[in-house]
Ligand binder design. Structure first.
Ligand code: FAD
Length: 563
């Protein structure tokens, strides 16, 4: 195994070796997309993230690459056209990770959309997004709608619409962008925070030329120098603007969105559904393997940005929504096995409620040259990156080319279309059948790592651990340690594998073995090991318990033991 400490030290040293063309602060989807766009246009790029990559909002979304049907109701045609047409492009760049998914929109008595509005809305949606003829919306009768989803409330449903969307794994998409940017030469490092800015002192107006950074793992402080600095800090964008003394005019408006996870057998939806709930809002119910997840809420947020919590009232709101349209399901709070809460970094609009605020992105350039990007969506990351890098190039000496990211396949995404993903998965299952690889495991590995799934399997050591399941867990871990900047157990359990949300029992089952690998690989002392174990316990606790109302930053005393 690589010397991980040495690799990390080298990466940190590389950040200080030269003056970069561009320093990107924030390793969510926005910052990672910007890093990839810039490096593939020929700029030298440093990307830093103060937590783990995707640990902010970009691992806490509904995980849809979608056009945002509801924005049509807010007359946001330009936004719908842009993100709608981006879906097919992002699918082409990572067909294993951005997967076509039909969405069912039931039409109900007094719902958000009447039959004629649904038909018109979905047609406009398809046209704006340039959806291929075969994939365009289909209107369904009441019987057809109930046939597709028998759990729906017979008394309320009048018909339905079926339309094309894509689902993804937001954290995996972000990590893939970081990996691809690094492959093209970007220097990326997590657990490095920008704390102050550096300014040139040669003219009357100081110009930004880098940042003073702190590596929380080694407790070292150092400078990264760059001709341009982009602030892609998501919910923290205004904090950096404040440090830059440029927080004036428009500012962020944070809203919290919660998803809950239940075993699929407790809410056995046959496909993804986008459905009305009382109060003129809509929720998604999305089946994913052994679970179904449901979301989301949308409430103003003023709490801890790094640790938003699911509160009991959030869970109750989502369950009430399910009761309304799926009354037979009778979901209870005890059925919720996991949950997550994310923060939308929206741009404040006076007089508008959380749900009404536009999801459009905007770029602010300060007098010292800090380029900040706020708002936007996961789906539109590539176009947002293009606009930011265009802005960078307005101010940068010539030499860089036009945006190329529409042609740059993400690492592991080198498939000739979606059918090729299925063929590859079948091939993988066949080749590893003798070692006991099940089709489900092959599907999971390909969805996460694409063609790199074969490389993950090369980390499978002779089975000295107790089962193939355990051996696969550790093979995946070793691959991630060496190839995906995994520093802490929760990087692995949460943002590389999604186990914390989608298979929380697996975290409980393998925590001890995973911690032991970390201890050895990073040479942890007993204090570090104990602290990391506590962090796993806390994450499991927070995912599966809900804070009482109005206590976003509740301190937890009793954690369940893992490992
Ligand atoms: P983040 O992901 O938060 O990244 C910013 C990063 O900057 C963070 O990781 C943070 O740690 C880092 N950072 C902050 N300060 C510093 C510093 N000083 N130094 C270094 N690093 C720093 N969009 C869709 O397209 N589809 C969906 O289905 C969807 N569903 C959503 C559901 C919910 C509940 C929410 C909340 C959002 C949803 N979105 C969706 C929107 C989408 O998730 C966000 O727009 C997107 O993830 C924002 O990404 P970001 O990179 O701008 O921010």
């Amino acid at each position: 195994m690589q010397d991980l400490n040495q690799t990390r030290t080298q990466r940190r040293e590389k950040l200080t070796e030269k003056t970069y063309d561009l320093l990107v602060i924030g390793g969510g989807i926005t910052g990672s997309g910007i890093a990839l766009d810039a490096v593939t246009r020929g700029l030298s790029v440093a990307l830093i993230e103060k937590q783990d990559f995707a640990a902010g909002t970009s691992s806490r979304s509904t995980k849809l690459i979608h056009g945002g049907l509801r924005y049509l109701k807010q007359w946001e045609f330009k936004l719908v056209r842009e993100v709608g047409s981006e879906r097919a492009i992002v699918h082409r760049l990572a067909p294993h990770l951005v997967v076509p998914e039909k969405m069912l929109l039931p039409i109900i008595e007094n719902g958000s959309y009447s039959k004629s509005l649904t038909s018109l809305g979905l047609t406009v949606y398809d046209l704006l997004a340039g959806v291929k003829k075969a994939d365009r919306r289909k209107m369904l009768s009441k019987t057809q709608t109930l046939g597709k989803e028998p759990l729906l409330n017979d008394a309320l449903v009048k018909g339905g619409g079926l339309y094309a969307e894509y689902r993804t794994d937001d954290a995996r998409l972000t990590i893939s962008l970081v990996k691809t940017a690094a492959k093209h030469g970007a220097q990326a490092l997590n657990y490095v925070e920008a704390r102050e800015f550096l300014y040139t002192k040669t003219s009357d107006t100081p110009k930004i030329c880098g940042a003073v950074c702190h590596d929380s793992l080694s407790d070292l402080t150092f400078e990264i120098r760059a001709h341009q600095v982009v602030n892609a800090a998501g919910p923290w964008v205004d904090e950096l603007r404040e440090i830059n003394r440029s927080l004036e005019g428009k500012h962020l408006h944070l809203t919290k969105g919660v998803h809950i996870v239940v075993p699929h057998h407790k809410f056995p939806v046959q496909q993804s559904v986008y459905f009305d709930v009382p109060g003129k809002r809509m929720l998604f119910a999305i089946p994913r393997g052994k679970i179904t997840y449901i979301g989301t809420t949308d409430t103003d947020y003023h709490g801890d940005k790094a640790h938003p919590r699911t509160r009991q009232e959030d869970v109750e709101y989502l369950i009430r929504g399910i009761d309304y349209l799926f009354p037979e399901v009778q979901l209870k709070r005890e059925d919720v096995i996991s949950s997550w809460a994310g923060i939308r970094p929206l741009i404040h609009e006076t007089g508008k409620s959380a749900s009404e605020i536009s999801r459009k992105d905007e770029i602010f350039v300060s007098s010292t040259g800090l380029i900040s990007i706020a708002g936007g969506k996961l789906t539109g990351y590539r176009k947002m990156a293009q606009r930011v890098v265009d802005k960078v190039l307005d101010r940068h000496p010539a030499g860089a080319g036009p945006c190329r990211t529409h042609k740059i396949t993400l690492l592991g995404g080198d498939f000739d279309g979606y059918p090729a993903v299925k063929d590859f998965t079948e091939g993988l299952t066949r080749d590893w059948q003798a070692q006991g690889l099940s089709p489900e495991w092959a599907k999971y590995l390909v969805a996460n790592y694409g063609t790199q799934a074969r490389e993950v399997l090369t980390y499978l050591t002779p089975q000295n651990s107790r089962s193939l399941d355990a051996a696969l867990e550790l093979a995946e871990l070793r691959f991630c340690l060496e190839n995906e900047w995994v520093q802490k157990p929760m990087d692995f359990f949460n943002r590389r594998t999604g186990q914390l949300y989608f298979d929380i029992e697996r975290v409980r089952a393998f925590a001890a073995e995973v911690l032991a690998v970390f201890e050895k690989a990073w040479g942890w002392d007993p204090t570090t090991l104990a602290e990391e174990r506590r962090q796993v316990e806390e994450a499991v606790y927070h995912a599966s318990h809900f804070a009482p109302a109005e206590r976003e930053t509740e301190h937890v005393h009793t954690l369940e033991k893992v490992g």
